[in-house]
Design a protein around this ligand. Sequence first.
Ligand code: BES
Ligand code: MN
Ligand code: MN
Length: 465
Amino acid sequence: MEKFKNYIEKNKDRFLDELFELLKIPSISAVSENKSDIRSAANLIKEHLLKLGLNNCEICETKGHPIVYGEKIIDSNLPTVLVYGHYDVQPVDPIELWNKDPFEPYIKKTKIHPEGAIFARGSCDDKGQMFMHVKALEVMLKHDGIPCNVKFMIEGEEEVGSDNLEIFVKNNKEKLSNDIILVSDTGMISKNIPSITTGLRGLSYMELEITGPNRDLHSGHYGGTVANPINMLSKMIASLHDSNNRITIPGFYDKVLEVTEDERKETSLIPFNLEEFKDSIGINSEYGELGYSTIERQSIRPALDVNGVWGGYIDEGSKTVLPSKAFAKISMRLVPNQNWKEISSLFTKHIKNITPKGVTVKVREHHGGEPYVAPTDTIGFQAASNAYEDVFKLKPFATKDGGSIPIIALFEKELKSKTILMGFGLDSDAIHSPNEHYGVSNFLLGIETISKFYYQFSKLFKTNS
Ligand code: BES
Ligand code: MN
Ligand code: MN
């Protein structure tokens, strides 16, 4: 398989150029002004699939942003790999913290990526990682061809909850039928330590609107006589965790699967350096639920975080005002057995119960999704493990990630197949943050590992059927 490596090395500049073209398109799914950019990104991906000779390439319309589909069925007796990824990206704010335009990709060396990293919104999440699959397909097709059937489904709404993909999947079960789903939209432990993600947290996203007096008031004339919505909101938020940093919503933990001692032991073997963790994000101490390690808090325990809070006067200088309203956006990360709709309603009920006299509350339930756990005793996992070992000369660890890809649990429910999460991002890549980047070598090694997965998978599939 040296020839794959050689081909990737020889074509690396073109691969990067092609990726740059995609990264230049500001396909921010959350911003309606970028609607046409979203479509341009979808069209460009479709062009790539067409050029590779995939069949039935199409832009599938949805009520929101379109889904790109393409397939190559070489033999119905062979297994089918369904590749999923997303071409939409997160908004860029705060724009002033970017060193350059987020949609003018460039390569710069970093401490962690001495060979260079690609800086651009979406470089890692997920255009760069998704594009590795397109290039892996090219690598295979330029050599002996693909050893199994492949279907591509690339969506444009992952960062806003995948609501329309959910409908698409439910309506196209036959078209999407597969033996394994392959996704690169997660991370690995470090540059030299590969890992396969076997868990994702679920998500429940909420918004609060607290209303007090019918208008902003003079904070001298009225201060001390009415419930200030921001004071009340702060009180409510503060009460959502107890002194052990456990979430206080009644029933919140009822269904959480407690981890076994064996699982905890396994987790403790995963290389994790607390000092590096703290250093990398500039904090002087870790923080979290009593009785669990940082890596456990990040992966197998639920969390509740305020994502944004606003209200009152925030412009220059001071204005003595007692605001009429206060707002907060709150996300809860969920672990196996917690159901996001159930958690959302427990949250809503609790918030209503703790709303102080003198203000009223409106709770808005945004999107959500179920957590996912992947077994490790499958040929899909084995194939991925072999592919990583082949490329990185090290057996990958199985890790659980704290992030969410809500559609993965739905795939399992609707398509009855497991997903292998082969992510190549690093925690330091700053996804969703200013100066997002992706290591050039992560990109290239990812292409190689993915190509090898196909051969491993079809081999194991054959011997197991
Ligand atoms: N690729 C991420 C999820 C991710 C990142 C998983 C790192 C594991 C490690 C994905 O694009 C994402 O950002 N998901 C959102 C949820 C979505 C519904 C907005 C998230 O986790 O916040
Ligand atoms: Mn992603
Ligand atoms: Mn994301």
